[in-house]
Design a binder for this molecule. Structure first.
Ligand code: PLP
Length: 393
């Protein structure tokens, strides 16, 4: 059975071109980049090249790029540094829809004497900048807001938010894990101090990330050890992962137009056809301010996990907006923060595309989904009582 992979916000396929540049670092080029000898030195050179490739995608300087192990480490390192470099400040501002890499960290910091403000979002998942402005106090150390949401693809106005924070002398970090490679980003034109990237969301492997730190920003390392990354992140570099991420950033820059046009066209086709063919379905999240590859659709009166199981039988991979926590199915914190009604939130499916998806794949999903939803609704007492009645009106 062919796999139709529409779960690219969870992780992506490593591009062939990326794998190709990585392989020598597992076989012939295994030297330590910090070694004095030429054998290790050539690995060091490759890391410098990759730093330039990442910087080029972001419109940043190579020295502003530090390599980490993942998006989660980058997020943790940014917050940790803000608190250590501003020890008199005890307030952090985030949003209610941040990834657990920020949210769970901040919940933990909340138990350690820090005050956390979680900004609400509206029903479309958008942030109110006035709320942000009102939340800033002389005690605020850092504002951390995601560039794009992993579940809905909704884009936050992080550049405006960074200016608001900066006007009050507050640091600004953005979790850009879902945004980098999908939408243009130019760090020359904004006031963002720190930005997180994860390799496996843009066709590089798992286990490699980046923290961008604007030149001049005070930074205190999260991993303390050797002098790697100019003392900003201890640990022998993941040379293969770094080389791969550098190449992935180069490819992302090249594919940006495709992502914005062909991928968006496929996403739009999938979305509009499913909405047309399946009654009582709707998109979660703002339609305009959205990543080009993501659509989060709720099918009322059915369970997301059940939909995924039937999709899985056909080789179609996606994600649901509910997670099994403590034995009960809870709608995601993102959909709850948006106030998506219970019967809608439970039946939500996130489809996230990549440059590797084809029109035939999208057509196959459009053909199969209506029968899946109809079958599940046929078994749902709620659909039979309420939903069916709504559609017949
Ligand atoms: N931030 C966002 C928005 C994400 O979507 C993810 C991964 O799903 C992360 C952070 C964590 O990245 P990683 O898996 O590299 O730790």
């Amino acid at each position: 059975m062919k796999t139709i992979y529409l779960d690219n916000n969870a992780t992506t396929k490593v591009a062939d071109e990326v794998l190709e540049v990585m392989l020598p670092y597992f076989t012939q080029l295994y030297g330590n980049p910090s070694s004095m000898h030429t054998f290790g030195g050539q690995v060091g050179q490759r890391i410098r090249d990759a730093r330039e490739q990442v910087a080029a995608l972001l419109g940043a300087l190579p020295e502003e790029i530090i390599f980490t192990s993942c998006g989660t480490e980058s997020d943790n390192a940014a917050i940790h540094s803000a608190l250590l470099t501003r020890p008199d400040k005890k307030h952090i501002v985030i949003s209610r829809v941040e990834h657990p890499a920020i949210r769970a960290l901040c919940s933990h910091l909340g138990t350690q004497g820090y005050k956390i403000t979680e900004l609400p979002v509206n029903k479309n998942g958008l942030l109110d900048l006035e709320n942000l402005e009102n939340s800033l106090t002389p005690d605020t150390a850092i504002v951390s807001l995601m560039w794009a949401n992993n579940e809905t693809g909704v884009i936050f106005p992080v550049e405006e938010a960074a200016r608001l924070a900066h006007d009050k002398g507050i640091l600004f970090h953005t979790d850009a894990v879902q945004a980098v490679g999908k939408i243009p980003i130019n760090m020359k034109n904004n006031a963002i101090d720190m930005l997180s990237i994860s390799g496996h969301k843009l066709h590089a492997p798992k286990g490699i990330g980046v923290l961008y730190i604007r030149r001049g920003t005070k930074f205190s390392p999260f991993l303390i050890g050797g002098h790697q990354e100019k003392g900003r992140r201890g640990g022998t570099e993941n040379a293969a992962g770094i080389a791969g991420l550098g190449r992935a950033c180069e490819l992302a820059a090249k594919n940006m137009d495709t992502e914005n046009n062909r991928v968006k066209r496929l996403r739009d086709k999938l979305e509009s056809e499913l909405l047309k063919k399946i009654p009582q379905s709707r998109v979660n999240g703002d339609i305009e301010n959205r990543l080009p590859n993501t659509t989060n659709i709720s099918f009322e009166y059915v369970e997301g996990e059940a939909i995924l199981l039937l999709m899985n039988e056909l080789g179609i991979c996606a994600s649901s907006g509910s997670a099994c926590t403590s034995g009960s199915l809870q709608p995601s914190h993102v959909l709850r923060a948006m106030g998506v009604p219970f019967t809608m939130a439970h039946g939500s499916i996130r489809f996230s595309l990549s440059v590797y998806n084809t029109e035939e794949e999208v057509d196959f999903v459009i053909e199969k989904m209506p029968a899946i939803i109809e079958r599940l609704r046929g078994m749902s007492p709620f659909w039979n009582q309420a939903g069916q009645a709504c559609t017949n009106q």
